[in-house]
Every structure is written in C-alpha cells, then in structure tokens.
Design a protein. Sequence first.
Length: 257
Amino acid sequence: MKAIVRLRYAAKTDVGMKRAHNEDYFSLIEDEKVFLVADGMGGHACGEVASKLSGDVISEFYQHSKDMDATWPYRYDPGLSYPENRMVAAVRLANARIFDAAQKNPNLRGMGTTLVGCMFVGDCVYVAHVGDSRCYRVSQDGIKQITRDHSLLEDYKDARPDMSEEEARNFPHKNVITRALGMRDTVVVDISKHEIRDGDQFVLCSDGLCGMLDDKTIGRIVREASTLENAVAELIEQANRAGGTDNITAMLIQCNL
C-alpha cells in the first residue's frame, strides 16, 4: 500500500533589481499535484507570453488527458511509466504551441522559456525540466540538485571534469542555455523519478535565484525558516541583496508522510 503524502507549498516571484518587467511564471495544477516554474526569454515582453503559455498548455493537457480515451498528441513511450508519459507529452505540447505562436506572430519571434515541473504520485515525485530552471531536494542529508542545467557551462564541465569552481564562476557563457521550449518544433524533455521521504522539501526555481545564491545558502534558508512563506520570501530577499540581476522565482513544496 502506497503512503499518502501530505503536501504544503508556498511560492513567490519578484522582478529583481535590474529588470523592467517579470518574465518568470509559476503555476499549480492542484488536483493533479503538479507544480511548475518557467523563466521566459525574448525581448518586448515575449518571454512572459512564452512562460505563461507553457503553464496554460500543460494545465489544458492534464485536464484533457483525464479522459482515458482521449487522443494524445504524441505516441506513448513504453519505456516510461504512465505519469512520465503524461508529463513529457504535456511539456512537448507546450513547446509545440510556443514555437507555433512565435512562427505565426512576428512580434513573438524568438520567444521561449525554460521549464521545471514536478508531479507527486503516491510516495514518489516525478521531475521534468527543459533549460536551466532547477529542482532541489532539501532533506536531513542536506541539499541536492535533482535537475541538470541544459547549458553551455554544464556541457563544458562534462568535457572538463577537472574544472574548478572558480573557473565555473568565471565561465564567459554560463548564462547560455542549450535547450528551451519554443526554440525548435520539437524538444527533448528530461524526466526522473524519486522516492519521497518524510520531511523532504522540494525547491523549484528560476536561475534568478540559483544564479545569485549557492546551493548551501538555499538549503540553509529553507531549513531554518519558520514557515514555507518565510522561506520563499527570504530566498528572494537574499537573491536581491546578492545583486538581483534577473527575475527571481522560488516555489517550495514540503512533503509529510
């Protein structure tokens, strides 16, 4: 018998200290226990169109696919479980819609968005992502990054395993991402499954947070905060104090068995 996981959550987004408007977007599909954070890109407010569209399309697909007889836009992958197939299909559909909208409207040309999302099923969490928005697990063992950034820096680290932290910090193209929704007509979605332990907390964030604060600081703030709301507020405040060079979004989900 699968354990019933009780979820509590809080989220906050902030424009940061340098940007004129906020292109981040977070959303929740409550009845499906799906949590999403997107970080849009593209000038003239295109990024906020892409990030919101990703959340809307994914929500729409989850509602549509509740009907077991509903037709899916993509072939079922037998190598993935049903929750994984559903999540990957939703993200791929969001990519196609964003790409299509950008092709049809010259004002939206070049828009895109990163996306990280998690879905809780029984005593497991499924984490999907495209781009450099991240998911962390904070537990009694500390903080661990679950996602791997789709970025030039990460590709470079793979080629240079001996790269120092200082070299990584000074890497000239560390903000260049290699994958995002809307860049092409198809996208590869990374997805992973993790067993939940009592007291686990999951942080979903845009790179406006993890680009300003190191992992250890994020973990400390989450563990020491008296409430989830205080935790997300403190994360954003500290990211702004560190420079706030981008929009900042933090979503925190606490799991109790």
